[in-house]
Design a protein around this ligand. Structure first.
Ligand SMILES: Cc1cc2nc3c(=O)[nH]c(=O)nc-3n(C[C@H](O)[C@H](O)[C@H](O)COP(=O)(O)OP(=O)(O)OC[C@H]3O[C@@H](n4cnc5c(N)ncnc54)[C@H](O)[C@@H]3O)c2cc1C
Length: 380
């Protein structure tokens, strides 16, 4: 039985983010974007609101909510600024969730309260310069040395690669190409041999920091391992099932933000002595945008509901991620069109939604990889 109504918690979260965003985000989004500034203080404030540990149980200082509340929160943040949504997604559903799902009690006690309150920022490293979609062929390696592992290699495109206080990284402990030859470690900033490298200069999502992680004879104790040796890749794929619901929510939020801006503008802008919304060519664009957003919303909440109930979600999360991401790009592109020449300037929000939206079809598995996951699932 599908329940389409929002819970009281969802309504409360949406309203508090609207109030927070109007004060703490909207006045600064273009400054952060142009300067590529990662506003770390904002994330501490988001921690105070409970947005940095939404899925974390209260006993580890989290908010103890489920995926429906998580989706609502990410949508509301991403309506205002996609790059803050991307960072919130990476922190919550990649780094923090990996520790929540696969950490032992000591690791959970040690890291989750700091992450869930926003005192610490988390990073998650799977991608390498030569292996993105093909992550099972990663080359970064951890070699056992008594009770320690010596890690060498590099991870790139890592959200919070520089500012992260702690990173979960998946590295090779077995043969190249063996999906059971990878292991996850949680590594704190300041560990000798663990540094960050180049920060990317990006098209969009510019307030979300993206940088390299570098490991040079980095020695970590075996107690920093998450789960058992050889489980890293399977863990990462499970983490990504939830992560894809995040990126679907991110895309959905960007699409709604772009749509609402275009809708309002279409009623205010007059040409030929009438608002442009009176032209069927514009009204039909708005109808298409609104319909696609509704469909993306249903897929995303459906995946969240399955996840909440502990049911298999791989195909549904991939469908939600694929569809909502493509809708974000389509809606944001039409948004620029509705704004006309003004949409091409930085005086209006349309161009930022347009730039930010494209990441959604790339991060946490490209649209092509989502189609691979979906087709494998339906052809099984
Ligand atoms: C802003 C940003 C933030 C990110 N944050 C993180 C992070 O925090 N942690 C992390 O680990 N990674 C992160 N990533 C990396 C991201 O997940 C990868 O960029 C993504 O998975 C694609 O990998 P790639 O860039 O190497 O592209 P490639 O894998 O080289 O793909 C290039 C093209 O080939 C296509 N392609 C590849 N294989 C196939 C196939 N089998 N069939 C059909 N087409 C295929 C792709 O779809 C794409 O169009 C981030 C990336 C960005 C841009």
């Amino acid at each position: 039985m599908v329940n389409f109504s929002e819970t009281e918690n969802q309504k409360m979260i949406a309203q508090s983010i609207k109030d927070f965003g109007a004060k703490e985000m909207k006045p600064h989004t273009m400054k952060w974007d142009e300067a590529q500034e990662f506003p770390i203080d904002l994330f501490r404030k988001m921690g105070e609101l409970g947005l940095m540990g939404i899925l974390v149980p209260e006993k580890y200082s989290g908010s103890g909510f489920g995926y429906l509340e998580y989706i609502t929160a990410l949508v509301e943040i991403s309506k205002i600024d996609g790059s803050i949504g991307l960072s919130m997604a990476a922190h919550n559903s990649l780094c923090t969730n990996h520790i929540l799902l696969f950490g032992n009690e000591d690791q959970k006690q040690r890291y989750l309260p700091k992450l869930a309150t926003g005192e610490w920022i988390g990073a998650w490293g799977l991608t390498e310069p030569n292996t993105g979609s093909d992550s099972a062929n990663m080359r970064s390696v951890a070699v056992k040395d008594g009770d320690h592992y010596i890690i060498n290699g590099a991870k790139n495109f890592i959200t919070h690669g520089k500012s992260g206080n702690v990173a979960v990284v998946i590295v090779r402990t077995g043969e190249v190409g063996d999906s059971k030859g990878m292991t996850a470690f949680v590594i704190e900033k300041g560990t000798p041999g663990f540094t960050s490298g180049k920060k990317e200069n990006k098209l969009g999502m510019r307030a979300s920091e993206t940088a390299e992680l570098i490991f040079n004879d980095c020695r970590v104790h075996k107690s920093q391992m998450l789960g058992n040796p050889g489980e890293g890749f399977v863990q990462a794929m499970k983490v990504l099932d939830g992560g894809r619901i995040s990126i679907a929510s991110l895309g959905l939020g960007i699409a709604i933000g772009a749509f609402e801006a275009a809708l309002q503008y279409s009623k205010e802008r007059h040409q030929f002595n009438q608002p442009i919304s009176a032209f069927q060519g514009i009204a039909f664009k708005l109808a298409d945008m609104a319909t696609k957003i509704e469909a993306a919303k249903l897929l995303t909440f459906r995946a969240g509901d399955l996840k909440n109930r502990g049911l298999e979600v791989k195909k549904e999360a991939a469908m939600a991620k694929y569809y909502a991401s493509e809708v974000a790009v389509e809606v944001a592109t039409e948004g620029v069109q509705i704004f006309g020449g003004y949409g091409y300037t930085k005086d209006f929000p349309a161009e930022k939604y347009f730039r930010d939206s494209k990441l959604c079809t790339i991060g946490e598995g490209t649209s092509e990889i989502q189609k691979l996951v979906i087709s494998r699932s339906i052809l099984r």
